[in-house]
Each structure stands twice: as structure tokens, then as C-alpha cells.
Ligand binder design. Structure first.
Ligand SMILES: [Fe+2]
Length: 165
């Protein structure tokens, strides 16, 4: 595996771990504020991101590269409102999507076919991730500051099932 692509894969593994860390911080914040459903949703998201990081970890190993773990930055601890928090989730996922696309562009340029095939799953996954975050934001926008509405959205998010993979 070419050096620059190795670096990109190491960086992306780190970015997935940072995503997990961010969502765990968000899950803690929501639970503390009494939004148990949102917290459940974010915990599942945390697990998803750990799985993503592991995919990169295993792929690096399969290609004969030692994964290198680094320090994780401290995530924020406060958000203005549930809507603001989920807007941050979407913004974060959009940045991840850009990174994955950039990595794919590199893999194409360097004609690394296994890396391209590996990244296909992530390209699809990012469409879903952004879509899920957008759906939550839409629900939160609809209810606005209405406490009953917020309660119902929270209940709904608490019903999210873990993904199979
Ligand atoms: Fe991810």
C-alpha cells in the first residue's frame, strides 16, 4: 500500500474513533438532560463509529500495515438544544463524507483497487448517516420548543434498533 494512502487510512481510522468519542459525549449530555431516547440513539451511533474504526484497523492489517492509534481530542460537553446537537451531528457526518470521498479520489489516482472496493461500503454508509441525522433534525424543527413534541421525538429515537453488520 502506497505511503500517502496508508496515511489517509490511518487518519480515517482516527477520524472514526473521534466520531465515536463525540457521539458518546453527546449521549452523556442528552441522558443528563433527561433525553433518554436521544441518548440511546447516540449510543448506537457511538457503537457504529467504533465498528467503522475497526474496519479501517483490520483493513490496514490485511494490507500489511500496522495501525497507529493517536490521542483523541476532548469533545465538546454542551450543546444549546437537541436541535443544535443534531445539527452538529449532521455537520460532522458531512465532514466525514468529504474525507471518505477524498480518500477514494486518492485510491483511484494511485490505482489501489482493493482500497477502492473497501471504500465503496463507506461511500454508501455516509449517504445513510447524513440522511438519518437530517431526519432527526426535521422532526426536531417540526416540534420546535413544544415539550410534548420533544418528548415524543425523544420516545421515537429511543426505538432505534442496532444495525446488523
Ligand atoms: Fe463513521
Amino acid at each position: 500500500m502506497r505511503q500517502e494512502l496508508q496515511q489517509g487510512f490511518q487518519d480515517q481510522m482516527q477520524a472514526e474513533l473521534a466520531s465515536a468519542y463525540l457521539y458518546l459525549a453527546m449521549a452523556g449530555f442528552c441522558a443528563h438532560r433527561g433525553f433518554q431516547g436521544m441518548s440511546h440513539w447516540l449510543r448506537l451511533q457511538w457503537q457504529e463509529e467504533l465498528k467503522h474504526a475497526l474496519k479501517f484497523f483490520d483493513f490496514l492489517l490485511e494490507r500489511g500495515v500496522a495501525p497507529q492509534l493517536r490521542v483523541l481530542d476532548q469533545p465538546p460537553a454542551q450543546w444549546e438544544s437537541p436541535q443544535h446537537l443534531f445539527e452538529q451531528v449532521l455537520a460532522h457526518e458531512q465532514r466525514v463524507t468529504e474525507r471518505i470521498h477524498e480518500l477514494y479520489r486518492q485510491a483511484v489516482e494511485l490505482r489501489d483497487y482493493p482500497a477502492q472496493v473497501f471504500l465503496h461500503w463507506f461511500i454508501e454508509e455516509q449517504v445513510e448517516e447524513e440522511n438519518q441525522a437530517r431526519a432527526v433534525i426535521e422532526q426536531l424543527r417540526l416540534v420546535g420548543q413544544d415539550p410534548v413534541g420533544l418528548y415524543l421525538v425523544d420516545q421515537r429515537l429511543g426505538e432505534r434498533k442496532p444495525e446488523e453488520s
